[in-house]
Structures are given as structure tokens and as C-alpha cells.
Design a protein around this ligand. Structure first.
Ligand SMILES: C[S@@+](CC[C@H](N)C(=O)[O-])C[C@H]1O[C@@H](n2cnc3c(N)ncnc32)[C@H](O)[C@@H]1O
Length: 378
């Protein structure tokens, strides 16, 4: 009888080991008895893991549900902790249904549950609509039927060299769609503002010297001006110009030190010492990117600052910390594939567009954030 039939733990690096069955001792030449079991266990794990893809929509749907119901806001306004009856009453929810929803969210560590009460966690704080670092608007945008529908076309997109599933689905690109749909435009602006706060804070904190000697800064595709608001506060000597399409610039809130200017970056960019482009170039293909960068080059005296992800080359090994950012960067690249004609770029791809746009040199400053700061000099 082959020894592995007994399910014994026999090998460690091919060395003879003790078997708990008294009459069975194995030597180095015995075939590896655990191989079949190991294969079965790997297959079972793979099947279990594949469930998380098959049901991958669930966490997004549940987080969206928590935002819609304002669960985190309500728990917060009740001192940070609530029982199921109190929470159900406050949210006007059916207690047995809410209990199931909360059980899932607790399982995902979005809320905690101790002593019969649900409490906030660092994750649930991010779902509060009013929180300074809230990510609720990003979840609300990405979970709209408008943004989800193009994902169904990803395999079709894979068979084309260019194009945009969003455009195929909705008949126009995301920016024209936003222009015609003010509610969707507001969702985009709010989501971008959430992301801009984190990125602009990281740039201002970790790379303040980039703003030395810059007295005017034009934020090209500046959205509602969130990034510039943070930058002029951190570097009060800077005069800010937030430049965006008319429907965005006209809806942007006023801010001291920031002038909102409407226009089209493919036509012309307002003059300034430096231009700042954050989460803009990844929306466009190389040709479009080069055209935008050329317009920026015409408008500036000093440099163009590009705040965007730099995707690691595939052969590069990454540290665990960096790997966390990579996960988001690579997912964002897929978002670009679904929603725009653009992409997240590797260092070589950035070098290509920057050089093609006529810049003589560029530097890259990596920071602890999803984007890096690429500075291109005329
Ligand atoms: C992804 S958002 C980034 C917004 C902002 N930079 C941020 O980080 O929050 C891209 C921005 O580019 C703007 N945009 C698109 N096409 C444009 C154009 N032709 N001229 C100027 N801005 C444009 C959009 O309206 C949008 O606000």
C-alpha cells in the first residue's frame, strides 16, 4: 500500500521523516505521497477564490447600499455606536434585512460589532458623505449604471487597437456625456474632488519644493478647483488658474486665490509660470496627450507638472507597500480602458509622450500615493 494512502505527513525537502503509524517508515526514494492531496487542495482554493470574482460586484453593491442608507453618518451622529433596533429605527429599515446587510459589512470589516452594537471603523468613516477624506463620491460614481455598462464591452474593446467602451455604449465620450447630463457631471466632479484631495495633499506634503519660485499655476482640467484650493493654501504666493470645460468651470465654487477659466485644452491653455495636470492625461491616448502637452508647453515659462500614476514595468519586483498602490494603479488602467481612450502609463510610455510633445527633459518624483509627480521642462 503506498504510504500516502494514510495521509501521513512524510516529506520535508525530501528528507525521511517520522510517520505516526508505527510500521510505516519512508525513505527518500518513495514517490511524494502528498502530491495528489496538494493538487486537490490547490484546486479547492482556486475554486474558492474564483467565487470572489463571480460575486465580485457584491462588496461594491453593499458599500453603495451603506452610503445610500447613510449608515456611517447615522452611527456617527449617535455617538459612534448603535444597536440593531436603534439603527433600524433611525434608518427606517426592516431589522432582519438590515441585520443581514450589517453582518456582511461587519464580515468585510467595514463596521465592527461588539456588545450587540455596531460601531464605526476606519473604513466606514470613508463612507460618510461629510467626512473630509470621504470616498463616498467615488463609490457612487463608479457604481452608477452609466459607468458600469461599458464594462460589459471590455472583451470587444480587446479586439480593437483603440476606441472606448464608454463611447460605444453612450454614443459620446465621457466629457460630452457629462456636458449633456448635469447630474452625471456633478457625480464626476464630486468623485474627482475626493481623489484630488488625497493626491494634492500628498504632493503638497511630500514635494513642497516643486512649488518654489512658481508664482502662477494653471491647473489644466482642474475640475471644480479642489487641487488648486489645496495648493494655494499650502503655497500662498501662488496665483491659481483652474482651467476646465465651460460646464465644469461655470459650476465650480469660488475660492480665494483661484480664478476659474473656461476653455478647451486642445485649443489653448492660459499662460502661467507652470501648468499642473492631475488625473487628466490618463484619460487620453498618446496622440491626444501629446497635443495637450504641446498646448501646455506653449503656455508656460518654467515647467509642466504631471501628477499621474507610473505603472511599474512587468519584470520589476515590488515591495509589499508599493504593491498596494500597484493594485489600484492597474485597476485604474482598466477603468481607463472601459471609460476613456486613455491609459495609465509606464515610465517609458511617459518618456515617449513628454519627448514627442517637445520637452527637452523630465524628472519623476515618486511619493507615497497612487500618483507620482512628473516634471517636464521646455
Ligand atoms: C478626470 S478629471 C480630473 C479633474 C482634476 N484634475 C482632478 O484631479 O480632480 C478630468 C478633467 O478634465 C476636464 N476636461 C476634459 N476635456 C477637457 C478639455 N478639452 N479642456 C479642458 N478640460 C477638459 C474634465 O472636465 C475633467 O474635469
Amino acid at each position: 500500500m503506498p504510504p500516502h494512502r494514510h495521509g501521513l505527513h512524510v516529506y520535508a525537502h525530501g528528507v525521511l521523516k517520522y510517520s505516526p503509524f508505527p510500521f510505516i517508515f519512508l525513505n527518500k526514494t518513495t514517490p511524494k505521497p502528498k502530491m495528489a492531496e496538494l493538487k486537490a487542495s490547490i484546486a479547492a482554493d482556486a475554486k474558492l477564490e474564483m467565487w470572489s470574482y463571480a460575486l465580485g460586484f457584491t462588496p461594491m453593491a453593499l458599500v453603495k447600499c451603506a452610503i445610500d442608507l447613510q449608515i456611517a453618518d447615522v452611527i456617527d451622529s449617535h455617538g459612534g455606536s448603535m444597536t440593531l433596533p436603534a439603527l433600524s429605527a433611525a434608518l427606517a429599515c426592516s431589522p432582519p434585512v438590515l441585520r443581514r446587510i450589517m453582518r456582511y459589512l461587519v464580515h468585510r470589516r467595514i463596521f465592527s460589532h461588539t456588545a450587540s452594537s455596531y460601531s464605526q471603523t476606519p473604513l466606514s468613516h470613508l463612507l460618510m458623505r461629510g467626512a473630509a477624506d470621504s470616498m463616498a463620491a467615488v463609490v457612487l460614481l463608479e457604481s452608477t449604471p452609466t459607468m458600469l455598462a461599458p464594462w460589459q464591452r471590455l472583451s470587444l474593446r480587446a479586439r480593437q487597437a483603440d476606441g472606448s467602451p464608454f463611447e460605444d455604449e453612450h454614443g459620446r465620450d465621457i466629457w460630452s456625456f457629462a456636458n449633456a447630463n448635469p447630474e452625471h457631471s456633478k457625480l464626476i466632479d464630486d468623485a474627482m474632488s475626493c481623489i484630488a484631495i488625497a493626491s494634492a495633499d500628498a504632493v503638497a506634503d511630500q514635494y513642497p519644493e516643486a512649488f518654489d519660485g512658481i508664482s502662477s499655476l494653471v491647473d489644466v482640467g482642474g475640475g471644480d478647483g479642489t487641487a488648486l484650493r489645496i495648493l494655494v493654501k499650502a503655497f500662498p504666493w501662488i496665483q491659481g488658474i483652474s482651467f476646465d470645460l465651460p460646464h465644469v468651470a461655470s459650476a465650480a465654487p469660488p475660492c480665494d486665490g483661484v480664478k476659474h477659466v473656461a476653455g478647451d485644452m486642445f485649443q489653448a491653455v492660459p499662460n502661467a509660470d507652470a501648468a499642473f495636470l492631475m488625473s487628466v492625461l490618463h484619460d487620453w491616448n498618446d496622440e491626444e496627450c501629446i497635443a495637450i502637452l504641446r498646448k501646455c508647453k506653449e503656455a508656460i515659462k518654467e515647467k509642466v507638472m504631471i501628477v499621474e500614476a507610473v505603472i511599474g514595468e512587468e519584470e520589476e519586483e515590488e515591495e509589499e507597500e508599493e504593491d498596494k498602490y500597484s493594485d489600484v494603479r492597474l485597476a485604474l488602467d482598466m477603468v481607463m480602458l472601459a471609460h476613456t481612450s486613455g491609459k495609465e502609463r509606464t515610465l517609458k510610455e511617459w518618456e515617449f509622450v513628454v519627448k514627442e510633445a517637445g520637452f527637452s527633459r523630465f524628472t519623476v518624483k515618486h511619493i507615497k500615493a497612487i500618483p507620482a509627480v512628473i516634471e517636464a521642462y521646455p
